[in-house]
Design a protein around this ligand. Structure first.
Ligand SMILES: [Zn+2]
Length: 135
């Protein structure tokens, strides 16, 4: 899998380990919780977090992003923000959410996360909102 890494994410890496072969490598912090191809054994894995490689960025892991958009009270502040940025609408059944774009087509939450994390402005706004909750 070839992943495009935006420049602002390059400075904000997490050290992770492959749960199958224990190989350690770095991925953009925002991709934590997402599926990844191990560069050593090539298995499709969810890398295990070891530590933050650098601490100068504003990225959020996919775990955190999912929490922010599915759980109260976070989602009440985060979802309107995403609506304003992308024109998306979000509906819930319990904690299961479905996101639609302005044309009514379903939007994948991993794609939405990648879009936000590829913009330093959106990334920082979301980071500061999250900091308010998780501090
Ligand atoms: Zn591996």
């Amino acid at each position: 899998m070839n992943v495009h890494i935006p420049d602002n994410a390059r400075r904000d890496l997490a050290l992770v380990g492959c749960p199958q072969c224990m190989f350690r490598f770095e991925i953009p912090n925002y991709r934590l919780g997402m599926r990844h191809r191990c560069p050593e054994c090539e298995a499709a894995i969810k890398p295990k977090y070891v530590r933050r490689a650098l601490d100068c960025g504003y990225s959020l892991s996919y775990h955190t992003f999912l929490q922010l958009i599915t759980m109260r009270p976070y989602r009440d502040e985060i979802v309107p923000l995403i609506g304003a940025w992308f024109g998306y609408s979000v509906e819930y059944q319990g904690r299961t959410l479905s996101v639609r774009n302005a044309a009514g087509h379903p939007v994948d939450t991993e794609t939405m996360h990648e879009m936000i994390q590829s913009s330093s402005r959106w990334q920082e706004i979301l980071y500061r909102k999250a900091g308010k909750f998780f501090r």
